[in-house]
Design a protein around this ligand. Structure first.
Ligand code: PMP
Length: 387
Protein backbone atom coordinates (compact mmCIF):
# COMPACT_ATOMS: atom_id res chain seq x y z
CA UNK A 1 0.00 0.00 0.00
CA UNK A 2 1.20 3.53 -0.74
CA UNK A 3 0.72 4.67 2.87
CA UNK A 4 2.99 1.88 4.14
CA UNK A 5 5.79 2.77 1.73
CA UNK A 6 5.48 6.44 2.68
CA UNK A 7 5.96 5.42 6.32
CA UNK A 8 9.16 3.54 5.35
CA UNK A 9 10.45 6.67 3.56
CA UNK A 10 9.72 8.82 6.60
CA UNK A 11 11.74 6.51 8.82
CA UNK A 12 14.71 5.64 6.63
CA UNK A 13 15.28 8.17 3.84
CA UNK A 14 17.19 11.46 4.17
CA UNK A 15 14.45 14.04 4.38
CA UNK A 16 15.87 16.29 1.66
CA UNK A 17 13.09 16.08 -0.91
CA UNK A 18 9.56 17.48 -0.61
CA UNK A 19 7.62 14.58 -2.08
CA UNK A 20 4.09 14.21 -3.33
CA UNK A 21 2.25 11.38 -1.54
CA UNK A 22 2.37 9.10 -4.58
CA UNK A 23 4.31 5.79 -4.69
CA UNK A 24 4.91 4.87 -8.32
CA UNK A 25 5.42 1.22 -9.20
CA UNK A 26 4.92 0.96 -12.97
CA UNK A 27 4.98 3.08 -16.11
CA UNK A 28 4.09 2.67 -19.76
CA UNK A 29 4.21 5.49 -22.30
CA UNK A 30 2.62 8.61 -20.79
CA UNK A 31 0.95 6.70 -17.96
CA UNK A 32 2.14 5.53 -14.53
CA UNK A 33 0.46 3.52 -11.77
CA UNK A 34 0.83 3.79 -8.00
CA UNK A 35 1.10 1.07 -5.37
CA UNK A 36 -2.68 1.15 -4.88
CA UNK A 37 -3.32 0.57 -8.59
CA UNK A 38 -4.38 4.15 -9.40
CA UNK A 39 -3.45 5.39 -12.88
CA UNK A 40 -2.01 8.85 -13.68
CA UNK A 41 -1.07 10.80 -16.80
CA UNK A 42 2.55 11.76 -16.19
CA UNK A 43 3.27 15.42 -17.05
CA UNK A 44 6.49 15.36 -15.02
CA UNK A 45 8.14 12.44 -16.88
CA UNK A 46 10.93 11.87 -14.38
CA UNK A 47 11.86 15.61 -14.46
CA UNK A 48 11.80 15.97 -18.25
CA UNK A 49 13.77 12.73 -18.56
CA UNK A 50 11.42 10.13 -20.06
CA UNK A 51 11.34 11.76 -23.49
CA UNK A 52 10.11 8.55 -25.15
CA UNK A 53 7.71 7.82 -22.29
CA UNK A 54 8.05 5.10 -19.69
CA UNK A 55 9.63 1.79 -20.69
CA UNK A 56 9.84 2.51 -24.42
CA UNK A 57 10.42 -0.84 -26.17
CA UNK A 58 13.51 0.39 -28.08
CA UNK A 59 15.18 1.48 -24.83
CA UNK A 60 14.02 -1.50 -22.78
CA UNK A 61 15.32 -3.94 -25.37
CA UNK A 62 18.71 -2.19 -25.47
CA UNK A 63 18.96 -2.24 -21.66
CA UNK A 64 18.06 -5.94 -21.47
CA UNK A 65 20.50 -6.93 -24.22
CA UNK A 66 23.36 -4.83 -22.89
CA UNK A 67 22.73 -5.93 -19.28
CA UNK A 68 23.43 -9.49 -20.31
CA UNK A 69 26.43 -8.61 -22.51
CA UNK A 70 28.66 -6.03 -20.78
CA UNK A 71 27.70 -3.40 -18.20
CA UNK A 72 30.76 -1.64 -16.78
CA UNK A 73 34.41 -1.55 -17.70
CA UNK A 74 37.18 0.79 -16.64
CA UNK A 75 37.28 3.79 -18.96
CA UNK A 76 40.88 2.94 -19.79
CA UNK A 77 39.31 0.54 -22.31
CA UNK A 78 37.15 1.31 -25.32
CA UNK A 79 33.53 0.13 -25.40
CA UNK A 80 31.36 0.14 -28.51
CA UNK A 81 28.02 1.63 -27.28
CA UNK A 82 29.86 4.68 -25.91
CA UNK A 83 31.51 5.31 -29.27
CA UNK A 84 28.29 4.76 -31.25
CA UNK A 85 26.53 7.31 -29.05
CA UNK A 86 29.39 9.81 -29.31
CA UNK A 87 29.29 9.55 -33.10
CA UNK A 88 25.50 9.89 -33.23
CA UNK A 89 25.49 13.03 -31.06
CA UNK A 90 28.35 14.69 -32.91
CA UNK A 91 26.91 13.83 -36.35
CA UNK A 92 23.59 15.41 -35.35
CA UNK A 93 24.88 18.53 -33.58
CA UNK A 94 27.24 21.45 -34.24
CA UNK A 95 29.73 20.10 -31.69
CA UNK A 96 32.83 18.01 -32.39
CA UNK A 97 33.66 16.03 -29.25
CA UNK A 98 31.76 14.58 -26.32
CA UNK A 99 32.48 13.38 -22.80
CA UNK A 100 29.96 11.28 -20.85
CA UNK A 101 29.20 11.56 -17.13
CA UNK A 102 26.22 10.52 -15.02
CA UNK A 103 24.04 13.58 -14.43
CA UNK A 104 23.30 17.15 -15.40
CA UNK A 105 25.39 18.55 -12.58
CA UNK A 106 28.35 16.40 -13.57
CA UNK A 107 27.98 17.45 -17.21
CA UNK A 108 28.04 21.09 -16.13
CA UNK A 109 31.02 20.51 -13.83
CA UNK A 110 32.91 19.20 -16.83
CA UNK A 111 31.91 22.19 -18.95
CA UNK A 112 32.97 24.58 -16.18
CA UNK A 113 36.34 22.85 -15.85
CA UNK A 114 36.75 23.06 -19.61
CA UNK A 115 36.03 26.82 -19.50
CA UNK A 116 38.60 27.36 -16.73
CA UNK A 117 41.20 25.34 -18.64
CA UNK A 118 40.41 27.30 -21.80
CA UNK A 119 40.80 30.57 -19.87
CA UNK A 120 44.18 29.49 -18.53
CA UNK A 121 45.44 28.48 -21.94
CA UNK A 122 43.93 31.12 -24.20
CA UNK A 123 42.66 34.06 -22.14
CA UNK A 124 45.49 34.94 -19.79
CA UNK A 125 44.13 32.95 -16.86
CA UNK A 126 40.56 34.28 -17.10
CA UNK A 127 38.20 32.12 -15.03
CA UNK A 128 34.99 34.03 -14.39
CA UNK A 129 31.79 32.63 -15.79
CA UNK A 130 28.72 34.78 -16.27
CA UNK A 131 25.42 32.99 -15.57
CA UNK A 132 21.85 34.21 -15.15
CA UNK A 133 19.61 34.80 -12.18
CA UNK A 134 16.82 32.20 -11.98
CA UNK A 135 19.08 29.69 -13.70
CA UNK A 136 19.54 26.13 -12.49
CA UNK A 137 22.76 24.28 -13.20
CA UNK A 138 22.88 21.62 -10.46
CA UNK A 139 23.50 20.95 -6.79
CA UNK A 140 27.20 20.10 -6.62
CA UNK A 141 29.29 22.87 -5.10
CA UNK A 142 30.47 24.34 -8.42
CA UNK A 143 27.11 24.09 -10.16
CA UNK A 144 25.41 25.48 -7.06
CA UNK A 145 27.69 28.51 -7.31
CA UNK A 146 26.76 28.77 -11.00
CA UNK A 147 23.03 28.57 -10.22
CA UNK A 148 21.57 32.05 -9.93
CA UNK A 149 19.09 31.30 -7.13
CA UNK A 150 20.28 32.44 -3.69
CA UNK A 151 17.79 30.23 -1.82
CA UNK A 152 19.59 27.08 -3.01
CA UNK A 153 22.96 28.54 -2.00
CA UNK A 154 22.37 30.15 1.39
CA UNK A 155 23.01 27.04 3.52
CA UNK A 156 26.26 26.10 1.78
CA UNK A 157 28.49 29.16 1.78
CA UNK A 158 31.30 29.93 1.14
CA UNK A 159 30.53 29.25 -2.51
CA UNK A 160 33.14 28.47 -5.12
CA UNK A 161 34.33 31.85 -6.42
CA UNK A 162 34.34 32.88 -10.07
CA UNK A 163 30.65 33.23 -10.92
CA UNK A 164 28.90 36.46 -11.82
CA UNK A 165 25.11 36.52 -12.08
CA UNK A 166 23.14 38.85 -14.32
CA UNK A 167 19.48 39.17 -15.27
CA UNK A 168 18.28 36.63 -17.84
CA UNK A 169 17.22 37.95 -21.24
CA UNK A 170 19.36 41.08 -20.79
CA UNK A 171 22.33 41.23 -23.18
CA UNK A 172 23.51 44.60 -21.90
CA UNK A 173 23.88 43.08 -18.41
CA UNK A 174 26.26 40.46 -19.85
CA UNK A 175 28.19 43.20 -21.63
CA UNK A 176 28.59 45.23 -18.41
CA UNK A 177 29.65 42.16 -16.42
CA UNK A 178 32.36 41.20 -18.93
CA UNK A 179 35.95 42.02 -17.94
CA UNK A 180 39.48 40.68 -18.38
CA UNK A 181 38.73 37.80 -16.01
CA UNK A 182 35.69 36.57 -17.98
CA UNK A 183 36.15 33.21 -19.67
CA UNK A 184 32.61 32.17 -20.59
CA UNK A 185 28.88 32.83 -20.51
CA UNK A 186 26.66 29.92 -19.46
CA UNK A 187 22.90 30.00 -20.12
CA UNK A 188 19.87 27.78 -20.55
CA UNK A 189 18.11 28.33 -23.92
CA UNK A 190 14.86 28.40 -21.88
CA UNK A 191 15.09 28.47 -18.08
CA UNK A 192 13.33 25.38 -16.77
CA UNK A 193 13.61 25.20 -12.97
CA UNK A 194 13.49 28.99 -12.79
CA UNK A 195 9.86 28.86 -13.92
CA UNK A 196 9.89 28.20 -17.70
CA UNK A 197 11.32 31.60 -18.67
CA UNK A 198 11.42 32.07 -22.42
CA UNK A 199 13.87 34.67 -23.73
CA UNK A 200 13.31 37.08 -26.61
CA UNK A 201 13.89 35.49 -30.01
CA UNK A 202 17.12 37.43 -30.60
CA UNK A 203 18.60 37.09 -27.07
CA UNK A 204 20.90 34.13 -27.75
CA UNK A 205 21.93 35.56 -31.13
CA UNK A 206 23.00 38.81 -29.47
CA UNK A 207 24.81 36.93 -26.69
CA UNK A 208 26.55 34.84 -29.35
CA UNK A 209 27.69 38.01 -31.18
CA UNK A 210 29.04 39.47 -27.92
CA UNK A 211 30.93 36.25 -27.09
CA UNK A 212 32.41 36.20 -30.60
CA UNK A 213 33.50 39.82 -30.31
CA UNK A 214 35.07 39.29 -26.87
CA UNK A 215 36.46 35.78 -27.41
CA UNK A 216 34.27 34.26 -24.67
CA UNK A 217 32.96 30.71 -24.74
CA UNK A 218 29.20 30.37 -24.98
CA UNK A 219 28.14 27.35 -22.91
CA UNK A 220 24.52 26.29 -23.32
CA UNK A 221 23.11 24.17 -20.51
CA UNK A 222 20.71 21.98 -22.49
CA UNK A 223 20.24 19.50 -19.68
CA UNK A 224 16.50 20.23 -19.73
CA UNK A 225 16.01 21.71 -23.23
CA UNK A 226 18.07 19.19 -25.21
CA UNK A 227 16.95 15.96 -26.89
CA UNK A 228 13.82 17.38 -28.48
CA UNK A 229 12.09 19.08 -25.56
CA UNK A 230 11.68 22.48 -27.28
CA UNK A 231 10.69 21.09 -30.69
CA UNK A 232 14.19 20.71 -32.18
CA UNK A 233 16.78 18.08 -31.25
CA UNK A 234 18.70 20.82 -29.41
CA UNK A 235 17.35 24.09 -28.05
CA UNK A 236 20.03 26.15 -29.80
CA UNK A 237 18.49 25.19 -33.14
CA UNK A 238 15.28 27.00 -32.13
CA UNK A 239 17.28 30.22 -31.73
CA UNK A 240 19.63 30.05 -34.72
CA UNK A 241 22.90 30.00 -32.76
CA UNK A 242 25.71 27.53 -32.19
CA UNK A 243 27.21 27.12 -28.72
CA UNK A 244 30.92 26.41 -28.20
CA UNK A 245 30.05 23.99 -25.43
CA UNK A 246 26.75 22.25 -24.70
CA UNK A 247 25.67 20.08 -21.80
CA UNK A 248 23.04 17.34 -21.88
CA UNK A 249 21.53 14.91 -19.36
CA UNK A 250 17.87 14.22 -18.47
CA UNK A 251 16.35 13.37 -21.88
CA UNK A 252 19.63 11.89 -23.10
CA UNK A 253 19.07 8.83 -20.93
CA UNK A 254 15.36 7.98 -21.48
CA UNK A 255 15.45 7.04 -17.81
CA UNK A 256 18.99 5.79 -17.29
CA UNK A 257 21.45 8.15 -15.56
CA UNK A 258 23.72 9.77 -18.12
CA UNK A 259 25.04 13.27 -18.78
CA UNK A 260 27.38 14.73 -21.38
CA UNK A 261 29.28 17.81 -22.30
CA UNK A 262 30.07 18.46 -25.93
CA UNK A 263 32.56 20.95 -27.30
CA UNK A 264 33.75 22.41 -30.57
CA UNK A 265 37.18 21.16 -31.52
CA UNK A 266 38.87 24.56 -31.17
CA UNK A 267 38.00 24.91 -27.46
CA UNK A 268 38.30 21.30 -26.24
CA UNK A 269 41.02 22.41 -23.82
CA UNK A 270 40.98 19.28 -21.63
CA UNK A 271 43.84 16.86 -22.21
CA UNK A 272 44.57 13.31 -20.95
CA UNK A 273 44.44 13.22 -17.15
CA UNK A 274 42.34 16.40 -16.80
CA UNK A 275 38.96 14.77 -16.36
CA UNK A 276 37.33 11.39 -15.85
CA UNK A 277 34.43 9.49 -14.33
CA UNK A 278 34.25 5.88 -13.13
CA UNK A 279 30.73 5.17 -14.34
CA UNK A 280 30.53 7.93 -16.95
CA UNK A 281 29.52 6.62 -20.36
CA UNK A 282 29.47 2.97 -19.35
CA UNK A 283 28.22 0.35 -21.76
CA UNK A 284 24.78 0.01 -20.16
CA UNK A 285 23.79 3.68 -20.06
CA UNK A 286 25.25 4.50 -23.47
CA UNK A 287 23.55 1.48 -25.07
CA UNK A 288 20.20 2.68 -23.70
CA UNK A 289 20.89 6.25 -24.75
CA UNK A 290 22.06 5.20 -28.22
CA UNK A 291 18.91 3.15 -28.85
CA UNK A 292 16.64 5.92 -27.57
CA UNK A 293 18.43 8.70 -29.43
CA UNK A 294 18.42 6.75 -32.69
CA UNK A 295 14.67 6.21 -32.33
CA UNK A 296 14.13 9.87 -31.42
CA UNK A 297 16.01 11.11 -34.47
CA UNK A 298 14.76 8.53 -36.99
CA UNK A 299 11.13 9.18 -36.04
CA UNK A 300 11.55 12.95 -35.81
CA UNK A 301 10.11 12.99 -32.29
CA UNK A 302 11.34 16.60 -31.78
CA UNK A 303 8.98 17.80 -34.55
CA UNK A 304 6.14 15.86 -32.90
CA UNK A 305 7.04 17.55 -29.60
CA UNK A 306 6.81 20.94 -31.31
CA UNK A 307 3.34 20.17 -32.71
CA UNK A 308 2.09 18.67 -29.44
CA UNK A 309 3.55 21.66 -27.56
CA UNK A 310 1.46 24.04 -29.66
CA UNK A 311 -1.63 21.96 -28.94
CA UNK A 312 -0.86 21.84 -25.20
CA UNK A 313 -0.40 25.63 -25.05
CA UNK A 314 -3.70 26.18 -26.87
CA UNK A 315 -5.47 23.90 -24.39
CA UNK A 316 -3.84 25.59 -21.39
CA UNK A 317 -4.80 29.00 -22.75
CA UNK A 318 -8.41 27.84 -22.71
CA UNK A 319 -7.99 27.17 -18.98
CA UNK A 320 -6.66 30.69 -18.63
CA UNK A 321 -9.73 32.06 -20.39
CA UNK A 322 -12.04 30.05 -18.13
CA UNK A 323 -10.42 30.59 -14.73
CA UNK A 324 -9.64 34.09 -13.51
CA UNK A 325 -6.97 32.88 -11.05
CA UNK A 326 -4.78 31.67 -13.94
CA UNK A 327 -2.61 34.69 -14.66
CA UNK A 328 -0.20 33.35 -17.30
CA UNK A 329 0.42 30.39 -19.57
CA UNK A 330 3.77 30.05 -21.31
CA UNK A 331 5.84 27.37 -22.98
CA UNK A 332 7.99 26.23 -25.83
CA UNK A 333 7.73 22.73 -27.22
CA UNK A 334 6.70 20.43 -24.41
CA UNK A 335 8.04 22.61 -21.60
CA UNK A 336 5.20 24.69 -20.24
CA UNK A 337 4.06 26.53 -17.13
CA UNK A 338 0.76 27.76 -15.77
CA UNK A 339 1.02 30.66 -13.36
CA UNK A 340 -1.61 31.64 -10.78
CA UNK A 341 -2.61 34.88 -9.09
CA UNK A 342 -1.73 33.42 -5.65
CA UNK A 343 0.66 30.88 -4.16
CA UNK A 344 -1.63 27.91 -4.75
CA UNK A 345 0.59 25.40 -6.55
CA UNK A 346 0.64 23.09 -3.52
CA UNK A 347 -3.15 22.88 -3.56
CA UNK A 348 -3.26 22.54 -7.34
CA UNK A 349 -0.83 19.63 -7.13
CA UNK A 350 -2.78 17.69 -4.52
CA UNK A 351 -6.01 18.14 -6.48
CA UNK A 352 -4.19 17.11 -9.67
CA UNK A 353 -2.89 13.97 -7.93
CA UNK A 354 -6.44 13.08 -6.98
CA UNK A 355 -7.67 13.76 -10.50
CA UNK A 356 -4.94 11.51 -11.90
CA UNK A 357 -2.44 13.88 -13.50
CA UNK A 358 1.10 14.44 -12.22
CA UNK A 359 2.48 18.00 -12.31
CA UNK A 360 5.50 19.83 -10.89
CA UNK A 361 5.14 22.85 -8.60
CA UNK A 362 7.98 24.85 -10.13
CA UNK A 363 7.17 27.98 -8.11
CA UNK A 364 4.78 28.66 -5.23
CA UNK A 365 2.51 30.29 -7.81
CA UNK A 366 3.25 28.17 -10.89
CA UNK A 367 3.12 24.56 -12.05
CA UNK A 368 5.29 23.09 -14.81
CA UNK A 369 4.28 20.55 -17.44
CA UNK A 370 6.95 18.46 -19.22
CA UNK A 371 5.30 15.27 -20.48
CA UNK A 372 6.98 12.61 -22.62
CA UNK A 373 7.64 13.90 -26.15
CA UNK A 374 5.68 10.92 -27.48
CA UNK A 375 2.46 12.15 -25.86
CA UNK A 376 -0.57 12.08 -28.16
CA UNK A 377 -3.14 14.79 -28.80
CA UNK A 378 -5.75 12.64 -27.03
CA UNK A 379 -3.54 12.26 -23.95
CA UNK A 380 -3.02 16.03 -23.84
CA UNK A 381 -6.77 16.60 -24.01
CA UNK A 382 -7.37 13.98 -21.32
CA UNK A 383 -4.63 15.44 -19.09
CA UNK A 384 -5.85 19.02 -19.43
CA UNK A 385 -9.38 17.74 -18.81
CA UNK A 386 -8.21 16.21 -15.53
CA UNK A 387 -6.40 19.45 -14.63
N1 PMP B 1 20.86 22.00 -15.57
C1 PMP B 1 19.55 22.18 -15.78
C2 PMP B 1 19.10 23.18 -16.80
C3 PMP B 1 18.62 21.43 -15.05
O1 PMP B 1 17.31 21.62 -15.25
C4 PMP B 1 19.08 20.50 -14.10
C5 PMP B 1 18.14 19.63 -13.28
N2 PMP B 1 16.91 20.12 -13.04
C6 PMP B 1 20.46 20.35 -13.92
C7 PMP B 1 21.32 21.11 -14.68
C8 PMP B 1 21.01 19.36 -12.93
O2 PMP B 1 20.83 18.08 -13.39
P1 PMP B 1 20.97 16.82 -12.41
O3 PMP B 1 19.84 16.89 -11.44
O4 PMP B 1 20.91 15.63 -13.32
O5 PMP B 1 22.29 16.94 -11.74
Amino acid sequence: KSSEWIAVENKYYAQTVRRQPVVLVRGEGTRVWDADGKEYLDFVAGWAVDNLGHCHPAVTQAIVEQASTLVQTSNQFYTVPQLLLAQLLVDNSCLDRVFFGNSGAEANEGALKLARRYGKLHRDGAYEIITAFSSFHGRTLATLAATGQPHYQAGFTPLLPGFVHVDYNDVEAIMSATNDLTAAVMLEPVQGEGGVNIPDDDYLKRVRAWCDQQGLLLILDEVQTGMGRLGSLFGYQEYGVEPDVMTLAKGLGYGVPIGAFLSKEYCMALVPGDHGSTFGGNALTTAASYAGTKFLIENDIPAHAGAMGRHLLAQLNELKNRFSFVSDVRGKGLLAAVEFEGDISGRVLSHANQAGVLLNGVKPNAVRLMPPLTITREEIDEGVGRI
